[in-house]
Design a protein around this ligand. Structure first.
Ligand SMILES: [Zn+2]
Length: 321
């Protein structure tokens, strides 16, 4: 086993790559503007470029690494090396990404869902260390979940366990990116927040967001909404509180279903303490059975945006039973 591995995290807004050693020290890193929403050929080309960039920076040849771990935001069947589907991108359906990269790079490649990678990174090297039944959630463009049970990443029959965002919480609710209606994602995610902002703007409500969003309210970030909330904007405060409450409902489902001893919370939106996390924790407490109250320790991520890349790389060393 080599002491180095490469991780590539193909997310919704960027591709982050790095070489790590077995203590998860980041030896080199590279970020590409390409992302999972681009056509497969472009994403593969950007990943190959990222791989070569971090290897060159670290001064390593292929035989010096154990392999490459790749995290991808979508329904991923890692054991088969397939992307099953990615929201709104039919070109990814049943795409053999692992084998494409393996053929191009000549190193062993492990493919996994991005939240699972981040969960594994936190479990091995971050805020999940010492936990036995750990759940990792990411509050970002989507709402990701990864589960580690007794030292094993829990993947499910076809690799897609933990697709929390696409559980239905409202019958006949808003149409989700997956095509279903009323998914948790419609509220508890960056996409949900911008959807709710658009809805309030279209209803003609008076809000600072009208100026702050500019011509593309559908792309407004959680940070901009938080800024408006901080300035006393009621619409912004209500949107974030509703998103937070749904995030909390999601957490309550995780607690009810998996009874974790620890939940690690990551993702950019988790920094919106006052307007989003407070309502989230309140909703969590309101929606779990009293016998489960305080059963899970709630902690914030330690690796934050590096969790996916570090986790992807270290999955190369994972001992599967
Ligand atoms: Zn959905």
């Amino acid at each position: 086993m080599s002491n180095f591995a490469v991780g590539i995290d193909i997310g919704g807004t960027k591709i982050a790559a790095g070489v790590i050693d077995e203590s998860a020290n980041i030896i080199s890193r590279y970020v590409s503007k390409a992302h999972a929403g681009r056509p497969p050929a472009e994403v593969i080309a950007a990943s190959v470029e990222a791989f070569h960039a971090v290897m060159a920076q670290a001064g390593l040849q292929n035989d010096a690494i154990s392999g490459l771990g790749v995290g991808f935001g979508g329904h991923v069947y890692g054991a088969a090396g397939l992307i099953l589907t990615s929201s709104n991108m039919p070109a990814w359906d049943n795409h053999p990404l692992r084998d494409h990269l393996q053929a191009r790079l000549g190193v062993p490649v492990v493919l996994e869902n991005d939240s699972n990678c981040a969960a594994w990174g936190e479990y091995r090297y971050g805020a999940g260390q010492g936990s036995r039944y750990m759940a990792y959630v990411t509050f970002s463009t989507g709402y990701g979940l990864g589960i580690v049970i007794d030292g094993q990443l829990y993947r499910g029959a076809t690799g897609t366990a933990g697709e929390l965002a696409h559980t239905v919480v409202q019958l006949d609710g808003p149409t989700c990116t997956c095509g279903k209606r009323g998914c948790l994602m419609s509220y508890a995610s960056g996409l949900g927040i911008s959807r709710m902002v658009c809805e309030r703007l279209e209803a003609g409500e008076e809000t600072l967001l009208r100026q702050l969003c500019g011509p593309h309210p559908e792309r407004v970030s959680g940070e901009v909404v938080a800024e408006a909330a901080q300035q006393g904007d009621q619409v912004a405060q209500e949107v974030l509180a509703l998103a937070g409450r749904y995030f909390g409902v999601g957490l309550s489902s995780v607690v009810q279903m998996f009874n974790p001893d620890r939940i690690v919370i990551g993702g950019g939106l988790a920094h919106i303490e006052e307007w989003l996390m407070k309502p989230c924790f309140a909703a969590l407490n309101e929606n779990i059975h009293p016998v489960l109250a305080h059963s899970a320790e709630l902690v914030y991520s330690k690796l934050w945006e590096d969790a996916g890349m570090i986790g992807a790389a270290s999955l190369v060393w994972e001992q599967r039973s």
